[in-house]
Design a protein around this ligand. Structure first.
Ligand SMILES: [Ca+2]
Length: 486
């Protein structure tokens, strides 16, 4: 059912592409199916396609860490004032009372309830020492962002903040975007907006004042990292030309990596103050409060899986195409028939699966190459052991009546090659002289060219001689009238 449904989805998507629908696709992806069965001349076979999991709300799968760890309000309990009214100080934060506590998980619960639930920091009691908080979101898995990151603040957006990303599980960090009421003052960067970016500067890290300016009222509470506006630089303003974006993602690793993360870090550097000067007599007005963080994305499975499971607190791809690993980043054992490669989005709409192939599935003509370079498949290598007998011939099978692999006149007997005297090796591929003292150049090497001619070769030579004599006689008979004339 799911399979049919996915196919239908794909058909709908393809239709949408052709009709150039002027809507944002729900999840900018449509590579839902990894393989399908098809009838061909060889019977029922698999047709493989590039595939990826659906985009999802990734906040369900993250681990959140706060630094400093005791930065959440309520221990000890404290009162705080409303930013817009310093005399309204009737709010209380108490970690020991559920209704009055503001733990970090309230940044990720389902919103829409009233009143809003939110995480809140301690107040800025230690002013002028900066009120610094790092909120780290870790997935322990590479994920690809598919939609804007949206952070909703409940008490004014911070005056200075940096959004950072890691691609190596938090070992190293790179900035994604700087946010400030005054970019020059805070980060010595010219203020820019995402609209200033072009295809050539898409990877530039900018400082924006769009989400920090002035005091923020209820309708203006969000800070964004604009993923879709960046996609739109390649896919067009309504993301209707996804082929163009996929093409770029396929060929530009930097671009692909830009949207790929294992961790995000929100560095809060200065809370909203609502004024040019901080009122030192009322520091309980200044703190951070976040009610919601949205991170939409999908597991990165290198286009080798269409589902990703969350088991034992960890996400991992359910790999297809004979791949394995948390990101389907390598071929399964015995499936290294060719080097691993990520799938490709192109050609639209099915992409290219680049499956890992079973080693034994190589064409017989290429077997010889493998044997002679000693990179024989495991099954073949096993049979070199002298103790291999008919009992385990299933694993030790070298040849059979269909696979006439024995070379140089060798015959398949009991699934093993019986070689002529001058050849040896699993497939009779080696002249016996190679393993003898002095090698093939020695006087006793037994190499074909140095052997006395066999009866067969003598007969062949005799026949050839006879043929030459007959031809000469025939020519002479045909030419004789001419010779007489001359
Ligand atoms: Ca909430």
């Amino acid at each position: 059912m799911r399979f049919q449904f996915a196919l239908t989805l794909q058909a709908i998507w393809t239709g949408m592409c052709h009709a150039a629908m002027q809507h944002y696709p729900a999840a900018w992806g449509h590579y839902d199916v990894c393989k399908s069965q098809v009838y061909s001349d060889e019977g029922l076979t698999w047709d493989y396609m590039a595939c990826q999991p659906e985009a999802a709300d990734m906040t369900q799968f993250l681990k959140v860490t706060l630094d400093p760890p005791n930065i959440t309000c309520g221990d000890p309990p404290e009162t705080y004032c409303a930013l817009e009214n310093p005399y309204m100080c009737n709010n209380e934060c108490d970690a020991s009372t559920e209704e009055l506590s503001h733990p970090p998980e309230l940044m990720f619960d389902t919103e829409g309830r009233n009143p809003t639930t939110f995480w809140q920091s301690t107040t800025w009691k230690k002013y002028p020492k900066p009120l610094l908080v790092n909120i780290t979101l870790s997935w322990n898995k590479t994920i690809e962002l598919t939609d804007d990151i949206v952070i909703t603040f409940e008490s004014g957006r911070p005056e200075q903040m940096v959004l950072e990303k890691s691609l190596d599980y938090g070992r190293t960090w790179q900035p994604y975007q700087f946010y400030a009421t005054d970019c020059l003052d805070a980060f010595t960067m010219e203020p820019k907006t995402v609209q200033d970016l072009s295809q050539h500067t898409l990877l530039d890290i900018i400082c924006t004042e769009d989400y920090s300016r002035g005091y923020v009222w209820k309708n203006d509470k969000t800070v964004r990292f604009e993923i879709k506006d960046r996609f739109a630089l390649f896919a067009g303003p309504r993301l209707h030309n996804m082929a163009s974006l996929y093409g770029q993602l396929d060929t530009t690793k930097n671009l692909r990596d830009f949207f790929t993360i294992t961790d995000l870090r929100i560095r809060l550097l200065r809370p909203a103050t609502g004024a040019t000067m901080v009122d030192e007599s009322s520091l309980s007005r200044y703190f951070y409060a976040i009610s919601d963080i949205k991170v939409q994305g999908r597991c990165k499975c290198n286009l080798h899986a269409n589902s990703c499971v969350f088991d034992k607190e960890k996400l991992s791809c359910e790999c297809e195409h004979n791949t394995t690993g948390p990101d389907c980043g390598r071929c399964k054992r015995n499936y290294q028939g060719r080097a691993w490669s990520a799938g490709s989005y192109l050609p639209i709409p099915k992409g290219t699966a680049n499956i890992c192939e079973y080693k034994q599935a190589l064409a017989p003509s290429s077997i010889h190459k493998h044997v002679s370079s000693l990179t024989v498949a495991p099954q073949v290598a096993l049979s070199t052991a002298p103790s291999v007998h008919a009992a385990n011939s299933k694993r030790a099978r070298v040849c059979d009546n269909e696979l006439l692999r024995c070379q140089n006149g060798g015959e398949c007997v009991n699934n093993r090659c019986s070689c002529p005297p001058s050849y040896t090796g699993l497939l009779c591929e080696k002249p016996r002289c190679e393993s003898e003292l002095g090698g093939c150049k020695g006087p006793d090497s037994g190499q074909a060219s140095l052997k006395p001619p066999s009866l067969c070769s003598l007969l062949t030579l005799l026949l050839l001689d006879l043929l030459v004599v007959v031809v000469v006689f025939f020519l002479l008979g045909w030419l004789s009238p001419l010779i007489v004339k001359i």
